[in-house]
Design a protein around this ligand. Structure first.
Ligand SMILES: C[S@@+](CC[C@H](N)C(=O)[O-])C[C@H]1O[C@@H](n2cnc3c(N)ncnc32)[C@H](O)[C@@H]1O
Length: 339
């Protein structure tokens, strides 16, 4: 967010008033993304022009455009004319690190209703997603295809894939089992970049059902086995590497231990577990890890874990951490092997 004043010179009550309405800026950016406004802003355009192209009301759009200016993703170089700032470029759907789907996801009704019940989490230590929805987050997703599709798309993070590819050496592995691998974007990249590898993708049936196209597009479909199922039931055997990307961070300790133990049970003595996820560190440049920690707890009852906390979990299932690669903003890759 951009502030045009010297923060220290503004009275506390005004700063708190701004703080308490800051969430509206993200809502405004989300609305603009849903209307595809960033995609029509390759040149500066008036609110009337934009409204006509995205089928909105010119006056109705104006406060959203100006809120997005306050958020730093648009600017208003002339009255009622708007353009994307450098930061705002990532809102375009064809940007290589597009955040469009993430913006669309985080302002969904599902999240707003979760936050409206956040006090339940603070009082009880339980996730509050199930207060308005009557079931845990991933169960809800299984029954809501539209939300699940958006979630899966938003989870396609090129940063996580790049981090994994640039850090972990897959040259000695032959078969990778991606546990909770989503629609398989990470596994597809991995196999594309490592022609000697074969892979198995395990995720819930409604998620795996969408993986075929992604594998075919990457040209790796003939090297992948798709396994619809639950990691609480059965883990496919014969993996040299068991990849758990942004999976353990979604579960509390008891469930995480169930998943880790299930994977450990099928690991060979020379198999490796590779965990990709967020581990807060002193080098984080944004508040995002703090915010994600809150998200994980409210939605799923889970916490971001540090390296030492992972090691504590590993010890309980006869695993030991062997290597770690840290990237800026709490992204990490962690290797573990049978103890
Ligand atoms: C945050 S996403 C991560 C997806 C992917 N690994 C990535 O890094 O992009 C968590 C994944 O866990 C999957 N999942 C949740 N419960 C599961 C279960 N019981 N069995 C298998 N997968 C599950 C979800 O469907 C989702 O794809």
């Amino acid at each position: 967010m951009t502030t045009s004043y010297d923060v220290e010179s503004v009275p506390a009550a005004l700063r708190v008033r701004e703080l308490m309405t800051t969430g509206l800026l993200s809502q405004a950016v989300s609305v603009l993304c849903e209307l595809n406004v960033p995609d029509v802003l390759s040149i500066p355009r008036s609110n009337t022009d934009i409204a006509e192209e995205v089928d909105a009301d010119a006056e109705g759009l104006l406060p959203f455009l100006r809120a997005a200016c306050a958020a730093g993703v648009l600017s208003e170089p002339a009255p009622r004319t708007f353009e994307l700032t450098e930061v705002g470029q990532v809102l375009k759907s064809d940007h290589p690190t597009s955040m469009r789907n993430m913006c669309a996801l985080t302002c969904r009704e599902e999240f707003n209703r979760t936050w409206a019940n956040a006090i339940h989490t603070a009082r009880t230590g339980e996730p509050c997603f199930s207060v308005p929805y009557g079931k845990p987050f991933f169960e809800y997703m299984a029954s809501n295809r539209e939300f699940a599709t958006l979630f899966d798309k938003a989870m396609t993070s090129s940063a996580a894939v790049d981090n994994l590819l640039s850090s972990y050496d897959f040259s000695r592995a032959r078969h990778v089992v991606d546990v909770g691998g989503g629609r398989g974007a990470m596994l597809a990249s991995l196999l594309k970049n490592n022609p000697h590898l074969t892979g198995t993708l395990l995720d819930l049936p409604h998620v795996v059902a969408n993986a075929e196209g992604i594998m075919a597009e990457a040209g790796v479909a003939d090297r992948v086995t798709l396994v619809p199922g639950s990691f609480f039931d059965e883990i496919p055997p014969a993996g040299d590497v068991y990849l758990l990307s942004r999976v353990i961070g979604n579960w509390n300790d008891a469930d995480s231990l169930r998943i880790l133990a299930a994977v450990r049970a099928v690991m060979k003595p020379d198999s490796r577990m590779v965990i990709v996820g967020q581990m807060p560190s002193a080098s984080d440049r944004t508040h995002y890890p703090r915010q994600l920690d809150l998200y994980m707890f409210a939605l799923l009852g889970a916490r971001l874990r540090s390296y030492d906390e992972y090691q504590e979990l590993f010890t309980q299932v006869n695993l030991t951490a062997t290597d770690q690669w840290n990237f800026p903003d709490s992204e990490s890759v962690l290797e573990a092997r049978p103890a």
